[in-house]
Design a protein around this ligand. Structure first.
Ligand SMILES: Cc1ncc(COP(=O)(O)O)c(C=O)c1O
Ligand SMILES: N[C@@H](CCCC[NH3+])C(=O)O
Length: 437
């Protein structure tokens, strides 16, 4: 059993997070519920800032809000001195509602709409990460209409195959994101961009994928990107000042995952960049990194109440909880694996192998296959750690299950930061045509 962040077992044998007994939180707020450990979130933000400050001071860490976007999270991330990566008008709207400083926002996306680009120009967002030629021309045109200039990074695909689930690999040439370095499309886009009147090319961006442990993939990506910076300098005379190296490192969901430290990652990236820049004789660029999972992943957990337990002799014991794939789609989508802790039996040794299933009408609604846990009974409180990233963010209402709420926990205090949905919320946006009433 790996205890993340501020988790510990108290004298009653119950699990605590941030000094709060998880069983009490379940009683007070109900389940399923996402809980967010503020100290762990802040520690992760600081670890990135400190590591990059030490190894490469001309750098900026921005939080990839797609991992988990909320007003409170924006506030915490801002307090910790990070910038923000947003990927849609909705994420930008949320950031603006939280008064996030606009110059520290980077706007991403492979199909930004004209409305989103207008919003970005109106709000004078720090950087727009342009994905393709269509977007580039559209942005130039809209900037012209508004009498503005747009500072951009161009998203490139370096042709690096990261070792991660194929759905979350993004750096290979055959990708819906960005323009390829290896097939010459990226150079064409840069050449076009430097000709456009309302566009300033500040640098390039690449993101090779998510949940990556193999740090060498980052080293290779940086190498390919800097070769491209050199090529651009030769071909156009433009010296790009900024290199955005994309998302952060993978996290340890289970014992099968490796541990990579943020410091190791920063050291490796910094050394690779310095060495390469010296080799090809270009000035050191500013480095931007945009971690999501490794900032918020280990800070979040989900708590459930155990309901029916079905033992199929010699086959499997299914333990069902009151949530499932609508609050955590990752096992069904990526075969992602999680651990679990029985919060009210946290000091008990594992006694049996069970599989944790959700309550949806779907055989694939499994949260965990074959995990050793203490013997469970209905009413037990089960906590799955490491659900902070892409948990709430990807939650849905399948089977009309209301989305769980989110509480922030710190120093013995529990604060509800997102109210859980109620049944009324499920139909709140619906309208029955008058002829059917
Ligand atoms: C462009 C971009 N930046 C940053 C991230 C965040 O990545 P991670 O959560 O792995 O740190 C992602 C998601 O994979 C992404 O697509
Ligand atoms: N949503 C994915 C990662 C993709 C992130 C966005 N590029 C996950 O849960 O692992």
């Amino acid at each position: 059993m790996v205890l993340h962040g501020t988790m510990e077992v108290n004298e009653k044998g119950n699990l605590e997070v941030g000094g709060c007994d998880v069983t009490n939180i379940a009683t007070e707020y109900g389940t399923p519920l996402y809980i967010l450990d503020e100290e762990e979130l802040r520690d992760n933000c600081r670890a990135y800032r400190q590591a990059f400050e030490e190894w490469y001071p001309n750098s900026e860490t921005i939080y990839a809000s797609k991992a988990f976007m909320s007003l409170t999270i924006c506030k915490i991330v801002e307090e910790e001195g990070l910038g923000l990566d947003v990927v849609s008008g909705g994420e930008l709207y949320t950031a603006l509602e939280a008064d996030f400083p606009t110059d520290k926002i980077y706007f991403h996306g492979n199909n930004k709409t004209p409305e989103e680009l207008e919003m970005v120009l109106n709000e004078e967002i720090g950087r727009i990460v342009v994905d393709n030629n269509y977007e580039l021309e559209l942005l130039n045109e809209l900037a012209d209409q508004q009498g503005k200039r747009a500072d951009i990074l161009i998203r490139v695909t370096p042709g690096v195959e990261a070792h991660t689930h194929s759905y979350i690999q993004t750096g290979q040439t055959d990708s819906k994101f960005g323009v390829g370095i290896q097939n010459g499309l990226a150079l064409e886009t840069v050449k076009k961009a430097v000709e456009l009147e309302n566009i300033d090319v500040k640098g390039i961006h690449c993101h090779i994928g998510s949940q990556i442990f193999n740090l060498e993939s980052f080293e290779v990506a940086v190498d390919v990107m800097l070769d491209f910076v050199e090529e651009v300098k030769i071909e156009t005379g433009l010296v790009m000042e900024e290199l955005n190296i994309g998302g952060g490192i993978g996290i340890k969901y289970t014992d099968k995952d490796q541990s990579v430290s943020i410091d190791q990652y920063a050291e490796l990236v910094a050394k690779a960049i310095k060495q390469k820049c010296e080799e090809i004789n270009i000035p050191l660029p500013k480095i931007i990194n945009e971690p999501g999972r490794s900032i918020i992943g280990t800070a979040g957990s989900t708590i459930y109440t155990v309901g029916s337990i079905k033992n199929i002799p010699d086959v499997r014991k299914y333990v069902a909880v009151d949530g499932g794939m609508p609050d955590n789609i990752r096992p069904a989508l990526y075969e992602a694996e999680y651990e679990a802790i029985v919060a009210n039996k946290a000091n008990r040794k594992p006694e049996e192998v069970v599989s944790i299933t959700g309550k949806c009408c779907e055989s694939g609604d499994m949260l965990i296959w074959d995990i050793e846990l203490p013997e469970m009974e209905p009413g037990d409180v089960l906590l799955t750690p490491c659900t902070g990233a892409y948990g709430y963010a990807m939650a849905n209402n399948y089977n009309s299950l209301p989305k769980p709420g989110v509480v922030l926990i710190n120093n013995g205090q529990v604060e509800e930061i997102i109210r859980g949905e109620r049944y009324e919320d499920l139909v709140a946006k619906e309208e029955i045509p008058a002829r059917l009433k």
